[in-house]
Design a protein around this ligand. Structure first.
Ligand code: ADP
Length: 229
């Protein structure tokens, strides 16, 4: 059986203009991740991990090189085209949750479906089911401020899962959580990987979480210093 490439990164480079000239924060990073794989991106603070994740998820545009998500080259795409690819294929979980404060838990989970014009009763039932699955069936009408950090992260996970993404990007998904809550979130993320074959890419300092990933990429000063690629 041929293995489908889900995320292919080729000589990816990102530079920012500064007063002292261009600052290169990612330099020719390459790797290829097959569908259903899991990858941990490690490295010291400032090594380019978040920048790499954002480029792979189509949140930002590279200065050079290419990113292929589910077979689509997104590097040179317009913002609208990248938004389409994100809506079709990508889920994203941030360290600081990034829920919309004026929406309830249920409404937050529905946001990605509404972006695709897929609201309605069936969507709502699916969102309630997901919130129940992450242990928040009794919190659907709560606003983020009424939820603990762990509960907010579980709402963020339900929101990332609702489109059944082919690939889930997580930036320090357990970074702001206590040990027990981090464990619950970890189980939810890897449950998706095992049950649905969702490809996982995560930036983490949590070595327990990184050990659960099949592959590791280590960055230093924007370059890959270790990886099985
Ligand atoms: P990490 O996630 O490994 O801590 P980042 O990807 O956040 O690293 O940042 C890598 C480098 O890029 C850092 O030196 C950071 O200061 C720089 N950087 C990130 N975003 C910008 C930006 N918008 N403009 C200029 N420099 C940036």
């Amino acid at each position: 059986m041929s293995v489908q490439s889900m995320l292919k990164v080729q000589r990816l480079t990102k530079s920012y203009p500064t007063a002292a000239g261009a600052l290169t924060v990612l330099n020719e990073v390459s790797f290829d991740l097959a569908a259903g794989e899991s990858l941990a991106i490690l490295g010291p603070s400032g090594s380019g991990k978040t920048t790499l994740l954002g480029l792979c998820a189509g949140l930002d545009r590279p200065s050079g090189g290419e990113v292929m998500v589910a077979g689509e080259a997104i590097g040179a795409m317009s913002e609208d085209e990248r938004a389409r690819v994100r809506n079709e294929h990508v889920g994203f979980v941030f360290q600081n949750f990034q829920l919309v404060p004026t929406l309830t838990a249920l409404e937050n989970v529905l946001v990605p479906l509404e972006l695709r014009g897929a609201g309605g009763a069936a969507a709502e039932a699916k969102a309630v089911e997901l919130l129940t699955r992450v242990g928040l069936g009794a919190r659907t009408d709560h606003y983020p401020v009424q939820l603990s950090g762990g509960e907010q992260q579980r709402v963020a996970l339900a929101r990332a899962f609702i489109n059944e993404p082919k690939i889930l990007f997580c930036d320090e998904p357990t970074g702001n959580l206590d040990g027990a809550t981090a464990h619950t979130v970890q189980e939810l993320i890897f449950g998706l990987n095992h049950e649905k074959g969702t490809t996982l890419v995560m930036v983490t300092h949590d070595l327990e979480l990184a050990k659960l990933c099949a592959q590791v990429l280590r960055l230093r000063n924007g370059e890959v210093v270790e990886g099985d690629f």
